[in-house]
Design a protein around this ligand. Sequence first.
Ligand code: SAM
Length: 242
Amino acid sequence: MTSPPEPTSEHLNPSKLGTKEYWDQAYETESHNFSADPTNEGQIWFDESDAESRILRYLSSQDLPASTSFLDVGTGNGHLLFELVECGEYDDDGGAMVGIDYSPKAVELAEKIAKERGVEKRVRFVVADCVKDELSAAEWVPEGGFGVVLDKGTFDAISLSGEVLEDGSGRRLYEGYTQGVVGVMARGGLLVVTSCNWTEEELKKKLLVNQDLEYYGKISYPSFSFGGKTGQAISSICFRRK
Ligand SMILES: C[S@@+](CC[C@H](N)C(=O)[O-])C[C@H]1O[C@@H](n2cnc3c(N)ncnc32)[C@H](O)[C@@H]1O
């Protein structure tokens, strides 16, 4: 048996966005707001960078079968899944569309929105922790795994947790992220991770520690220049399970 890799010193400083209490509180408020006003579905992360449209366009350019199954990890209000369902490119009776989140309040909100949009039979939301739970054993994982796994802001949130893995390695929680997620991907399946905390190169470095993943492509965002340096506000990298 090989021993787990040594912890790196390139971690993000822990913050409240890395805690479940923070997200429970946030989605409790959003759920309350939605009940009062069903047009208010809550925060769509990275909306200012038009991330969801860009992700959808990127997926569309991959000519995926209409029966592709999707998992949205850390789905929040489920908005990205609703966009996928409603874009018309994937069969209504096609592959599973599942959103998981460790906050029961997020799942409650996503389910309420699904009903309001009339897509509650097409999408499924489940409370699950993508690092701590044994995802591959879950009954909602389709046989052979998901064709596409999406993560918008969740690896970021997990990277902000100061907790360490329970395997005694001393590694931070985010360093155990790929193990669970890759375990529910189909061979040849895609994982698209969108982040504002890590650069493209950092994302590659962090996720390619899992040798079952390979770099597949990236989504372009407008870049900005500041203080003589050019950068972009967010990154979306696509990995492929070998
Ligand atoms: C920045 S929000 C993004 C939400 C949604 N993906 C979006 O784009 O609007 C991060 C999400 O990750 C969820 N999350 C954080 N850690 C998680 C974990 N270990 N397992 C599952 N969900 C997690 C939070 O509850 C929250 O919904």
